[in-house]
Design a protein around this ligand. Structure first.
Ligand SMILES: [Fe+2]
Length: 183
């Protein structure tokens, strides 16, 4: 369940207060329980998934994709599996751990593990959002944010796209208030 960590160390963990803090930035957070099917659970618990297994797991949450297609016009989805032994992991994560924006929404549905988004509020204050299994998040285009693992090693998430070219990060040059944590 999502949790906000403020720069003074205070935390927000009740879903309505987390949602309203995010809504100020145009960010949507929903709690969509991860699939309970035993086969889905088995796949979610694995460290790695091949392409066929990713597609099989995506099939368990196809109803979410259908909902997003009709509601928001998303056209494609894939699954990202992060684990500690991915070659070039630090380089891959390093593209997104600096404050950036995208031309398209960044839409993620976390199925297993966890990760951290950082956000910049209109007054310049920053906070972290811990996301874990069952969290669906839509970060709107042009919202300043970053993503990092902060010492967690594994995360499986569905990514939804209108246009995959919108995935390119545009760095804003703003410095982070939260110290970087190594993976
Ligand atoms: Fe991003």
């Amino acid at each position: 369940m999502a949790r906000i960590i403020l720069s003074d160390g205070k935390e927000l963990s009740q879903l309505p207060e987390v949602q309203s803090r995010l809504a100020r930035l145009g960010i949507t957070l929903r709690h969509w329980p991860a699939p309970a099917d035993p086969r889905a659970r088995e796949l979610m618990e694995r460290k790695t998934l091949n392409d066929a297994e990713k597609e099989e797991l995506l099939g368990f949450v196809q109803n979410r994709f259908e909902e997003l297609k009709s509601e928001k016009g998303y056209r494609t989805r894939d699954m990202v599996v992060i684990h500690e032994d991915i070659p070039g992991l630090a380089e891959m994560l390093g593209k997104f751990d600096k404050i950036h924006t995208h031309a398209d929404d960044e839409v993620r549905y976390i199925l297993a593990g966890q990760g951290y988004f950082g956000f910049v509020e209109p007054g310049g204050a920053q906070f972290l959002l811990e996301v874990s299994a069952g969290d669906y998040i839509n970060v709107p285009a042009n919202a300043e944010h970053w993503f990092e693992m902060r010492g967690c090693t594994r995360c499986k998430a569905v990514r939804y796209f209108i246009d995959t070219s919108g995935w390119t990060p545009h760095y804003t040059g703003r410095n982070r208030e939260f110290a970087e944590a190594t993976v």
